[in-house]
Design a protein around this ligand. Structure first.
Ligand code: C5P
Length: 235
């Protein structure tokens, strides 16, 4: 894993802009994350152009389907070059789906599971019928434990869920954490947020940061400022 824990979320359908951002940010971040917005627009060719900037890629496609379909999709993703550093799926797809996906990836990338989206509140998961109690943290903990039992490398989780997940599953389990906002930034559509320093102190391995960097007037400066605030926690 790179020492720099910042993973910039490049959420744009504009390929040239995405590549320019990756080039600008390369000295200041450890990873680039691209998701559905980018991948559905530009496919494997766009992915490869971005990956050629040299940044390890977290390919955030959040697969969620029956075990056979997800395993086949993972096999296809493992054939693209360069191989993504991290791929993911939804833990709510269940144990069998995660296990099948893990066998398909076969150690060629880190495979992690999304627990509860950081945009969802307790009331949201209740409204979606996911819970008998309005408690995202308990739900995320249970899904993280299921993910570990299925043999995956780690989870995507909210900063608020980190302490419980670390307590249950220990330090040797990758935690990739979105919902990160520097102290002076607005939460926007995220509901369970933390500052980069707080998330790192709570045990995050990788901090997924999108708009606080990509939406800044000077993205390289914004990323470097965040890295500087983290420097103490990294040593
Ligand atoms: O702009 P912002 O920092 O909110 O971007 C967060 C990124 O992390 C987005 O790409 C979003 O899709 C992703 N993400 C998330 N919550 C999850 C999983 C991924 O916000 N649980």
């Amino acid at each position: 894993m790179p020492v720099n824990p910042i993973c910039v979320a490049i959420d744009t359908p504009d390929l040239d802009h995405a590549v320019a951002l990756a080039k600008t940010l390369q000295p200041h971040v450890g990873w680039a994350k691209i998701g559905m917005e980018f991948f559905y627009a530009h496919g494997i060719a766009g992915y490869a152009r971005l990956a050629r900037t040299g940044l390890p890629i977290f390919l955030d496609l959040k697969l969620h389907d029956i075990p056979n379909t997800v395993a086949s999709a993972m096999k296809a993703l493992m054939r693209i070059a360069p191989t993504p550093g991290i791929v993911n799926l939804h833990a709510t797809g269940g144990y069998d789906m995660m296990k099948a996906a893990g066998e398909a990836v076969d150690g060629r990338a880190k495979l992690i599971a999304v627990t509860i989206l950081t945009s969802l509140s307790d009331d949201d998961i209740w409204a979606a019928g996911f819970e008998t109690a309005r408690n995202t943290q308990a739900h995320a903990r249970a899904l993280a434990a299921l993910t570990k039992r299925a043999g995956l490398d780690g989870v995507v989780c909210s900063p608020h869920d980190l302490a419980g997940i670390r307590q249950d599953l220990g330090r040797d389990f990758l935690t990739v954490v979105p919902g990160i906002r520097p102290a002076d930034a607005a939460a926007q559509d995220q509901k369970r947020v933390a500052t980069p320093e707080a998330a790192l102190a709570a045990g995050a391995d990788i901090l997924v940061i999108g708009r606080a960097i990509t939406g800044a007037a000077d993205p390289a400066r914004a990323a470097q400022d965040i890295l500087d605030t983290l420097a103490e926690g990294l040593t």
